[in-house]
Design a protein. Structure first.
Length: 194
């Protein structure tokens, strides 16, 4: 449940909307049987090739100007602190593409958070520039996709990619491809390969 709230808050923060209190019906939901989770505990992340600590990284300088242009993210990166993830974060938008990317540097929890028993999402193990990663889809939030890259013990790079309000919303498969592309560019930079 905490993870679903984190995703919802991140999506709302990127959309520039306010978060409203839970209704009485949703507050009493805890007495009802728990909703089935779509994550299975059989998922495990393969080992990392090495560790890339994020504590001294600026999330807004990970992607170079050229990388942002290739990804159609042409606005100036905007830094902020993500209170739900307890992470330094940066948002970038594509003026013409209508797409939004967010990079968050999580240094207080590992990527395993997304495949824990409490996670209510669909997770798929993948790799990004040789590092283990998870593609995350959250039920009910089909206008975004996350890629979580396991970069160090207890640290991960969170990449959220969403539709920024296009007349014809992008399909979630396309959003997940966008999240993967942003994650690959970010990891190329973090690995020293940009």
């Amino acid at each position: 449940m905490r993870l679903a709230l984190l995703l919802l808050c991140a999506a709302v923060a990127l959309a520039g909307c306010s978060v409203y209190p839970l209704s009485e019906a949703s507050q009493t939901q805890s007495s009802a049987p728990p909703a089935p989770t779509t994550t299975t505990t059989s998922l495990t992340l393969p080992p990392r090739p090495r560790e890339i600590p994020l504590d001294k990284v600026n999330p807004c300088t990970i992607l170079t100007k050229d990388q942002r242009a290739q990804l159609s993210l042409d606005t100036t990166p905007a830094p902020y602190n993500d209170t739900e993830l307890k992470a330094r974060a940066c948002t970038m938008r594509g003026t013409y593409s209508g797409q939004v990317a967010r990079l968050a540097l999580v240094t207080e929890e590992g990527a395993e958070l997304w495949i824990s028993d409490e996670a209510q999402n669909t997770a798929k193990v993948t790799t990004v520039v040789g590092f283990p990663a998870l593609e995350i889809r959250t039920p009910g939030l089909d206008t975004l996709c996350n890629v979580e890259v396991d970069v160090a013990q207890g640290e991960f790079l969170d990449v959220l990619f969403r539709d920024g309000g296009n007349a014809t919303p992008l399909a979630q498969d396309d959003l997940c491809l966008g999240a993967q592309r942003v994650a690959e560019a970010a990891m190329a930079s973090l690995s020293g390969g940009h």
